[in-house]
Design a binder for this molecule. Structure first.
Ligand code: UD1
Length: 433
């Protein structure tokens, strides 16, 4: 098992470039299943969730090649319509294959998805939407089978602007008969990226990023080349680390409109932000100021995925900050670990009250989930002394080589094999021999 070892109290400085957005790459890779030919996807981040998605595509019969950050998926032949249970359980976004598979093969058989343990995360909206498009769904314990000769357009009203449900509907309806309207779709930049990819392939999707989306189903999609948008959550992670360490960094390949919901929070903390086209410089004060109230909400409000890194930054701010988590009911699990650094955070259901402390102390902690794990790395970089972050496989799901990028910014962080666990493993393998 690998862990991060961090020697803290380093102020970040220098330049860093964002990689492609995980939450864009995953649905776009799923959607490539609809294209009979080669989809060429640039800026595709090398993350474990992306690897899992590519493995699913291969299992379904696609040919997959990676060359640097470009991935080529040849979905000319799709030979299976079932996804392995183990793979499904590691990654929630594998639910997006439901729409893609039923549309491409007429039938999809999948298990209920897993992913970060940040809440119950049902998939009822996905299922109801596919039923509206004419699919017959059979649920059998933890597996779902979804069949349709050809999906037919429908009007779908989402009770909540679910990112995944919106993506599933867009993908499923792209090659359907007739018109689909989504009322109250998610408006995240990743939705727009998916629609842009599919439209390049010949789909007719209008209104992505707005309060309703119309999809005129087409008969087939043609291959295209597409560059994944930069990862706005990664940007807010670097910004948080810079903020809490009194740093001064420049982030490259930034889309300012994607980050506009987080800018006011960093301004309120006392950071100065300078934008120059796709470059963002953030200059942090010696000590951050508290933020009165942050409420996570669907785009264009403050993103839930930026909540954990920003919480880490606020642990050392002057004064008391409050964060209300409105998207996932269990997204403060990492706070217990953050308090091991000497942070003073009280959580009451979906509300966190952060009393800023002057100093964090290095700690031995484990990542409870992807973004919570990043928060612990940020705390480790800011804290005095040595920090160990365990269970970093959660972090690798969404951050490509995070330690190298932080090192480039002046952090003292390394990824190592955990000796104790490795020694245990060695003993066991000797016994087995
Ligand atoms: C996506 C992102 C995730 C981000 C989240 C919210 C990907 C791969 N993941 O997750 O990083 O945190 O959006 O921005 O893009 N819900 C239901 N029923 C459903 C679907 C969702 O009740 O059928 C609930 C969820 O439990 C959650 C809320 O709706 O409480 C938001 O979920 P959703 O927007 O669907 O998030 P994901 O697509 O899973």
């Amino acid at each position: 098992m690998e862990i991060f070892k961090i020697n803290g109290q380093k102020s970040l400085s220098g330049d860093v470039t964002l990689h492609g957005a995980k939450n864009s790459a995953l649905p776009i890779l799923c959607a490539s299943l609809l294209v009979k030919g080669e989809s060429i996807i640039h800026n595709c981040p090398d993350l474990s969730d992306v690897k899992t998605t590519l493995k699913i595509l291969e299992d379904l019969g696609c040919k997959v090649k990676r060359n640097g950050d470009t991935v080529i998926i040849d979905a000319s032949e799709v030979t299976a319509s079932q996804i392995d249970e183990g793979v499904m359980r590691t990654m929630r976004s594998s639910i997006l294959f439901l729409g893609a598979l039923v549309s491409r093969t007429g039938c999809a058989s999948i298990y209920l998805p897993g992913g970060c343990d940040i809440g119950t995360r049902p998939v009822d909206m996905h299922i109801r939407a596919l039923k509206s498009l004419g699919a017959t769904i059979t649920e059998n314990g933890s597996s779902i089978t979804c069949c349709a000769d050809r999906l037919t357009g429908a009007k779908i009203i989402l009770p909540f602007a679910s990112v995944g449900a919106t993506e599933n509907i867009i993908i499923a309806a792209a090659v359907s008969k007739g018109k689909t309207t989504i009322i109250n779709p998610a408006r995240e930049p990743e939705i727009c990226d998916l629609a842009e990819f599919l439209n390049k392939c010949g789909a007719r999707i209008y209104g992505a990023g707005e309060t309703s989306i119309e999809i005129e189903g087409v008969d087939k999609l043609i291959p295209c080349e597409h560059r994944i948008i930069p990862d706005r959550i990664l940007a807010s992670t670097y910004m948080s680390a810079c903020a809490v360490t009194g740093g001064d960094i420049v982030i490259h390949d930034v889309k300012p409109t994607h980050l506009s919901p987080v800018f006011p929070v960093f301004n309120e903390m006392g950071c100065r932000l300078y934008l120059n086209r796709d470059e963002l410089r953030i200059v942090a004060p010696k000590r951050l100021r508290r933020v009165k109230m942050i409420k996570t909400m669907p785009f264009p409000a403050f993103p839930t995925d930026s909540q954990s890194p920003v919480t880490a930054a606020l642990t050392m701010a002057k004064g008391t900050s409050v964060i209300k988590e409105n998207i996932f009911e269990n997204r403060f699990r990492f706070v217990g670990q953050l308090n091991r650094f000497g942070a003073d955070i009280a959580v009451d259901e979906q509300m966190a009250v952060i009393n800023g402390v002057k100093l964090l102390h290095g700690a031995d902690v484990y990542a409870t989930d992807l973004r919570g794990g990043a928060a612990l790395v940020i705390a480790g970089i800011a804290a005095e002394g040595e920090t160990t972050v365990r269970s970093i496989e959660h972090i690798d799901r969404g951050y490509a080589g995070l330690e190298n990028n932080f090192k480039q910014l002046g952090a003292d962080i390394k990824r190592i094999e955990d000796e104790e666990i490795s020694k245990e493993k060695d003993k066991k393998s000797i016994k087995a021999d």
